[in-house]
Design a protein around this ligand. Sequence first.
Ligand code: ADA
Length: 565
Amino acid sequence: MERMFQTHQVRHAIELSECLWDFRIENGQMTQTGKAYVPGCWEQMPGLGNYRGSAVYERTLTAGGNVRLVFKGVSHTARVYVDDLLAGEHYNAYTSFDVILRALPAGEHSLRVEVSNAFGEASALHVPNDYMTYGGIIRPVMLEELGAAYIRWVHYTPHRCGDGWMLDIDACVDVLQQGANFTVDVTVHGQTCCLKGRASKEGRQRLHGCMQLSDVEPWCMESPCLYSVAAKLMEDGQVMDDLIDRIGFREVQTEDGKILLNSRPVRIKGVCRHEDYAGFGCAIPVQAMQRDLQLMQEMGCNAVRTTHYPNDERFLDLCDEQGFLVWEESHARGLSERDMRNPNFDRQCACCIDEMVEAHYNHPSIYIWGILNECASETAYGRICCERQLAQLRGLDTSRPLTFATCKFTHGEDGQPVRMLDLCLDLPDVVSCNVYPKWYFDTPVKDFLQELHDSIDGTAGRGKPMIISEIGAGGEYGYHSAENLKWSEEYQAQALQEQLEGVLDDPRCTGVYIWQYCDTRVSNEWFASRPRTCNNKGVVDAYRRPKMAFAAVKKIFREYGDYLN
Ligand code: ADA
């Protein structure tokens, strides 16, 4: 299933996933052939739980004319061949890409996808890390038959206007073959707006329009009202193509150190979540995604941070439907200046940001975009990258605040006050800090937060909303300690209690994200300080069994409302 709702009534689209594909690994060391379920990670397959390298997925497809193949996620590098000819390539597991086949003869064709999850210089973002880069076709694959033109995307931006709403519409139409002039007719809540385009030449065209709506319900956490929007590509009175999406009417602003959702200051009570689930790897079935959201809801969470990459759209759909506030971030975790100087870094980051915003722009649940988690923002070079990426994001979306999570400050462990080392706090709209008092260092939480605020006040970050974007402690599921030792469930629960109370009682913090929702596998290279080759700071384990921390978090999160006074 591609999305949680039907995206076309006119365009002919079928899913090539949710079935078995032929699968093959052939390299100097091993040969394995068989079937693989798509979407899936090969680590799920017997004998491949620890395989890093490349593999081939194959099946046939039956189609003709202008054909578009949409891959929602292949980890991490894909080469797509149709009838043995290279049709497209893509890097990054977590963003979708498409391949256009023009005038394909009608009939059966072979489709081969060569997939690699190898590390090396060609991959600047997927590196050995504190999470796992799995391998495979990890998200759905769609086949679409197109006419001479198709609607590539439509972005909808709601603004409050008097008692009602103004909806800005920005559409992108891809003209594959020269034809007649067309319009894109957008219908929302019974009202239609007509955007005019010209099909005089091939290539992408941008169309703009806006419409005023007076009787729509806003989207908010307690009542996440969604509206279906249908865009139709019309030529000579005929519908040639369509694209259906869902939107919510809400505005996000930052003001006086707060984040406002439709003018109300929100209190973020969230978790950081990796796409990782025991037995499924990063290819999580929708019902398991929903189970995650239900567990989060039970814990009293209202927010989730998609650490450290764009997420499966279906997860975002579920967040839209259930009123979660999502911090979605582009892909990059803990990269040093040396990593950021990889010749592929800029291009791979830029593509990831473009693809993330293009695909996820309309999700009302996404209230903020993030970049560059814990990268080298304490260096002059890191600042150049941060500035460039934030400018790129601002060019794509002015309706959401921007942030990045930093850890570039001292922790006061030497008796000295916390010192801010980050050079970039003037750049984002929201200052976000990943902090681990009671885990990596033992300064009392409240003292540490006070010093952290003081250190931010000495920078251009002063006065901006501030989020604790990570806080937490390790806890091994089933390890109990009467002495409350680190790594025990008792210690983790107690640390989280002190950490969360410290942050939520702090009037200068707009919110908090627990590191992390679930235990996650890490790359082999990260085994040291990561027992079981996992990051064990989850409040549930990799099977979603609650640790003692779950009840501790639930008690605290439920005491604090979703809005600040
Ligand atoms: C960082 C990082 C996370 C994780 C965490 C930890 O803050 O952003 O990805 O590695 O630390 O567990 O130490």
